[in-house]
Design a protein around this ligand. Structure first.
Ligand code: DAH
Length: 349
């Protein structure tokens, strides 16, 4: 090349013209490749021609080359910024702010009963109770026999239970039913584990009750079971009191009323004296809430699972879950919990 500076000037003129003429990002990219491409193109050609410049001219020519290259690069950057801001302005023009907004995806929420269950598990977990599960389709041994419920007990009436059709026969040959209580899990846990045991089990139970605001044919119970050497009624009361204080508030008291269950002796109904707000009829004195049934495990139950009632003792309790959830959230009708009406469920988002 005879006069590199002339070639630089020509390159610069053509490059700036091409960049200025680029009307779209695609045009600009084509111009960039032609004039500033690293592998091939006009800049690369110029660079190659530098090889033939006499040695004494090299510093000056090299400097001139770099200056041209920097200016063309700056022109590219400037044009790119111009095109981008023009694009932004066009996009802003295209936005019709009077159109209704697009609804975001609906965010789901945890069902209030699921929350209550999680909270119970957390509280009792802190007291050392492991959460376990049992099957909803049960045999008579686990739902009745091992729980010391005699053959003529009214709870066994086929009209009080959901027995499965005669064709469904359990392992032991007997009929199967949807469990009517979570006390079944006491038996399953004790059959499979030597003492000591300390568990809760929260799950569905089924009874053919007429459905109304406070009854349903399927609901949830929480079963609690603690067995070991020297377990007494005092432990039962302490556990229930600590549980109620964690769930309902510090000042909560627990009382026992005598009751009867075939699987406990003695048996009690446990109530909590709650001073919490939002109960409607609370007042200064607080209000007694029914927690559910409880008691010391009947020796016959311990024997049925192979435990020695002379060596170990234990307590059990069984609470309905829905009532706690309804009280906590001010829900007046149990049916709302299973109807899946999004207007109801959305309130717990
Ligand atoms: N299973 C009883 C029911 O469904 C509730 C119950 C009472 C469970 C006393 C217990 C208990 O573990 O000790 O009515």
């Amino acid at each position: 090349m005879s006069d590199p500076t002339a070639a630089f000037a020509e390159y610069e003129r053509e490059a700036t013209a091409a960049l200025a003429a680029a009307a779209t990002p695609e045009d600009l990219e084509a111009a960039r490749i032609e004039f500033l491409g690293k592998k091939q193109g006009r800049l690369r050609d110029l660079q190659k021609s530098l090889g033939s410049v006499p040695k004494e001219d090299k510093p000056a020519v090299g400097k001139a080359f770099n200056e041209v290259k920097t200016r063309v690069q700056a022109a590219l950057d400037a044009r790119q910024a111009e095109l981008e801001s023009a694009e932004g302005a066009a996009a802003a023009d295209a936005l019709d702010v009077t159109l209704p907004g697009r609804a975001p995806h609906a965010v789901g929420a945890v069902h209030p009963l699921t929350r209550t269950i999680a909270e119970f598990k957390t509280i009792l977990g802190r007291l050392g109770f492991a959460a376990v599960e049992g099957p909803e389709v049960e045999d008579e041994r686990h739902n009745f026999n091992a729980l010391n419920i005699p053959d003529d007990h009214p709870a066994r009436d086929p009209l009080e239970n959901f027995y499965l059709s005669a064709a469904s026969v359990g392992k032991g040959g007997g009929p199967l039913l949807l469990r009517s209580q979570t006390s079944t899990v006491q038996i399953r846990v004790m059959e499979q584990n030597p003492p000591p045991v300390r568990v809760i089990s929260i799950g569905r139970v089924y009874r053919p009750d007429t459905i109304d605001a406070t009854h349903h044919c399927q609901f949830h119970q929480m079963e609690g079971l603690m067995v070991g050497e020297g377990v007494t009624m005092a432990h039962l009361k302490t556990v229930l009191t600590l549980f109620c204080r964690a769930y309902l508030g510090e000042g909560t008291k627990v009382r026992f009323r005598p009751s009867f269950f075939p699987f406990t002796e003695p048996s009690v109904e446990a109530d909590a004296l709650w001073h919490g707000a939002g109960t409607g009829d609370g007042g200064e004195e607080g209000r007694w809430l029914e927690l559910g049934g409880a008691g010391m495990i009947d020796p016959n139950v311990l024997k049925a699972v192979g435990y020695d009632p002379e060596r170990v003792s234990g307590f059990a309790f069984g609470f309905g879950m829905e009532r706690f959830c309804m009280m906590r959230h001010g829900i007046s009708d149990i049916r709302l919990l299973t109807e899946n009406d999004v207007r109801f469920l959305r309130q717990f988002g």
